[in-house]
Write a protein that binds this ligand. Structure first.
Ligand code: FES
Length: 225
């Protein structure tokens, strides 16, 4: 079945804004999703006095929504402070685009995560933050899981309260996640697992990520419908 895109998504896909590279960029970051194979690279000019993003461009190696969300993300980021970017959520991009099909919501996560990575890299280079990624705890894992969406509903596993168990063994760098999965979502299990591995695997100290699914009919019947 063909996906239904809003006129704004189609506009940004067919005429994307701010495409390209900034040769003397202050920050460059690439964010990718092994689950779908798509990637975005951003380059940015950031004013060190005002910490305002004066220019931002992108290159996309992905789907139509990847291009549209990155295009909108650059428009929203230009002229904003790095603190504004840190507060930006994937929903801000989705709303500005007039919505996205649920199965494509993760494209907006990729778009906003890429902006945040570029800002973080700039802050690290300027000694403004320390690299706190080495703390492998429930807060870091929960934060990472906020970026994993159920492709059917477009909601994060955390917002939909689908995480049934979380165990972290810091000595071995092992993270175990149990996700509740209703029958309707079974076809997305592989995709969800891959996204979880990617997001948690990116945390420093995470050596092994184990994902298990627990069938739950109750969720499909009562939470989403
Ligand atoms: Fe993965 Fe669009 S970014 S399908």
């Amino acid at each position: 079945m063909a996906l239904k895109y809003s006129p704004t998504v189609i506009e940004h896909f067919t005429k994307p804004q701010n495409v390209g590279d900034i040769c003397d960029a202050d920050a460059v970051a690439t964010e990718g999703s092994p689950a779908c194979g798509d990637m975005i690279t951003y380059s940015m000019k950031i004013n060190p006095q005002t910490r305002i993003i004066e220019d931002v461009r992108f290159r996309s190696f992905g789907c139509a929504s990847n291009i549209a969300t990155a295009s909108m993300a650059t428009l929203m980021a230009k002229g904003k402070s790095i603190d504004d970017i840190k507060k930006m959520s994937h929903r801000d991009i989705t709303v500005a685009l007039g919505g996205l099909p649920a199965v494509k919501m993760h494209c907006s996560v990729l778009a906003v995560d890429g902006l945040k990575s570029a800002v973080k890299q700039w802050e690290l280079e300027h000694g403004l933050v320390s690299d706190d990624n080495h703390i492998l705890d429930r807060t870091a894992v929960t934060e990472a899981l906020k970026g994993v969406l159920n492709p059917r509903t477009g909601c994060s596993l955390i917002d939909a309260k689908l995480i049934n168990r979380m165990e972290i063994d810091n000595d071995e760098g092992r993270v175990f996640i149990e996700v509740m999965l209703c029958e309707l979502d079974e076809r997305f299990a592989e995709n969800i697992e891959e996204e979880i591995r990617e997001k948690i695997g990116a945390l420093e100290g995470a050596q092994k990520v184990l994902v298990q699914f627990k069938p739950c009919e109750h969720i499909g019947k009562h939470l989403y419908f």
